[in-house]
Design a protein around this ligand. Structure first.
Ligand code: FAD
Ligand code: FES
Ligand code: FES
Length: 496
């Protein structure tokens, strides 16, 4: 049924859980953020604003959602989370943790280990740790470093913070949230419905369609509306560019858009609304480098919110998934009205800021074929920091081998052109090369410099980018030939 037909029955209120009760909001700006609502409307100033762009984690809150019969607890950056994205969730903030004068075990451990000095980062850090405390996963040192990659502490240093976490996050949670989990799950279950959400009027609205048909109908009617997956890009349009978003369509309630399955030809099909966190194990199962790439994608907060569809649809020349999946031979599936089409991912990116996506058309899924035994895959991300940084250069390659001969190769780069792009000349230069004869593949280095004319910007100079891309290609070939061992900063980090 179309959105129009359903809209008479659409829900006109946002519903979520907060401080032990149900909240229903019928009037709010579609561009309102959770942080502004907390601090300005609720007077809840414990959640801090630092960067207002998803980088520092001072604004970290936890959302609890019912997934199947399980309560899933994840940290989010409230500064770039739209208020409407709370629909169906329980919002937990730093004020909720202590019971009267009794601190939460995590807060008490932070006190005991002297893990806070100025205290500005502390609420965000505690909330990130609170999500880990309720994750149901045993916490390792490396896991903890990953958990805190999106929380910047400028003065205390991480040693006492990690000590507090290591002593608390080991074993079953034993706080008042654990004690009330059944009642809280029942309260969240009571919020579940299959109705479209439409709050506002035609001029200004926040909508959250419940089905693909509703989404297609609504977007066809309002092709100028802003689609929002996780808002890890769109949130910055609000906080940094001060854009006035009048019509917002959030994809987080569309049934089916968060499916992970298999396409007719056996490729992994990841719904556009699947979060980067949920895609991580699936992509990591295709190749370990893809798992490692996802681990270095933003932070835990960014991966909990950001979606696979958003990373492709934004058309960014420095997005990580596009080159990684182009090298695999990935496809993007698009829908407009009731028509669906699929195209090779590299053809989706036409020019800077221009993708092959018509008005009212949206990304439904991204498909990643599995690797055949004769295929060898490699992906490198080079950025200024290990944690939470966008790539200066990203190179991914897939080599088809016949014994020691390279029959063909797909090489794709990010950060080297106005779009994610294949290195056509380097690919041609590699065809027929022999892994035992470095001279036969070394000239691919020169070829890749003819494939790209990178820019100089704040992340890197053009000359640096060119040198790094050529080096990465050579490094891939050295590894593949067995002449040198694979080396990754991530591998060293994980071994600690
Ligand atoms: C602190 C921080 C760190 C980051 N680190 C990385 C990183 O390491 N690597 C990286 O690649 N990116 C990074 N990003 C960028 C961003 O997180 C990713 O691009 C993310 O995947 C965007 O997904 P989203 O769902 O949040 O997109 P949104 O912000 O919701 O949307 C992004 C764009 O895509 C459109 N859109 C969303 N879904 C669809 C759809 N289904 N169909 C059509 N259009 C759609 C939106 O309208 C918008 O134009 C980072 C961002 C932040 C804030
Ligand atoms: S204020 Fe820095 S991440 Fe939100
Ligand atoms: S305690 Fe001051 S920033 Fe962390």
């Amino acid at each position: 049924m179309s959105f129009e037909a359903r809209s008479t029955t659409a829900r006109d209120a946002l519903r979520f859980r907060f401080r032990g009760g149900d909240v229903a909001l019928r009037q709010f700006s579609p561009r309102a953020t959770v942080l502004d609502w907390l601090r300005e409307e609720m007077g809840a100033k414990g959640t801090k604003e630092g960067c207002a762009e998803g980088d520092c984690g001072a604004c970290t809150v936890v959302l609890v959602r019912l997934k199947g019969d399980r309560l899933v607890c994840e940290p989010f950056n409230a500064c770039i989370l739209l208020l409407g994205q709370l629909d169906g969730a329980e919002l937990v903030t730093i004020e909720d943790l202590a019971v009267g004068d009794e601190l939460h075990p995590l807060q008490q451990a932070m006190v005991d280990t002297h893990a806070s000095q100025c205290g500005f980062c502390t609420p965000g850090i505690v909330m990130s740790l609170f999500a880990a405390y309720h994750s149901g996963q045993p916490l390792t040192y490396t896991g903890l470093c990953d958990q805190l990659a999106g929380n910047l502490c400028r003065c205390t240093g991480y040693r006492p913070i990690i000590a507090a976490a290591m002593e608390t996050c080991n074993g079953e949670p034993a706080d008042h949230f654990a004690a009330t989990s059944q009642e809280r799950a029942a309260a969240l279950a009571a919020l579940v419905d299959d109705r479209d959400v439409f709050i506002g009027d035609e001029a200004s609205f926040f909508a959250a369609p419940a089905s693909l048909d509703s989404l297609a109908a609504l977007y066809a009617r309002f092709p100028d509306a802003t689609l929002v997956g996780g808002a890890t890009d769109v949130g910055l349009w609000v906080t940094k560019q001060l854009r006035d978003l009048k019509r917002v369509i959030w994809l987080g309630r569309v049934v089916g858009l968060d499916d992970i399955g298999e396409s007719a030809d056996g490729a992994l099909s990841i719904g556009a609304g699947v979060t980067l966190a949920d895609a991580m194990p699936q992509l990591g199962a295709i190749h370990a480098d893809l798992g490692e790439l996802l681990r270095r994608f933003g932070s835990t907060q960014v991966r909990a919110s950001g979606t696979v569809g958003g990373n492709i649809a934004n058309g960014s020349p420095i997005g990580d998934l596009a080159p990684a999946l182009i090298a695999l031979g990935g496809r993007v599936v698009l829908r407009k009205g009731d028509k669906t089409r699929a195209l090779p991912l590299e053809d989706f990116f036409i020019a800077y800021g221009k993708q092959d996506r018509g008005p009212g058309e949206f990304v439904v899924a991204v498909e990643a074929p599995p690797l055949a035994p004769h295929q060898h895959y490699i992906a490198f991300k080079v950025s200024k920091r290990f944690d939470e940084d966008i790539s200066a250069v990203m190179l991914a390659a897939c080599f088809n081998l016949d014994g020691r001969k390279i029959v063909s190769a797909r090489v794709a780069c990010g950060g080297m052109a106005a779009t994610p792009k294949r290195a056509a000349k380097a690919e041609r230069a590699l065809a027929g090369a022999c892994l035992d004869e470095p001279a036969s593949w070394r000239f691919a280095r020169e070829a890749i410099s003819e494939d790209f004319t990178p820019l100089t910007d704040m992340r890197a100079t053009a000359a640096y980018r060119m040198t790094v891309a050529a080096n990465l290609l050579e490094k891939a070939l050295v590894e593949l030939s067995g002449a040198g061992p694979p080396t990754r900063i991530g591998m060293l980090h994980a071994a600690e």
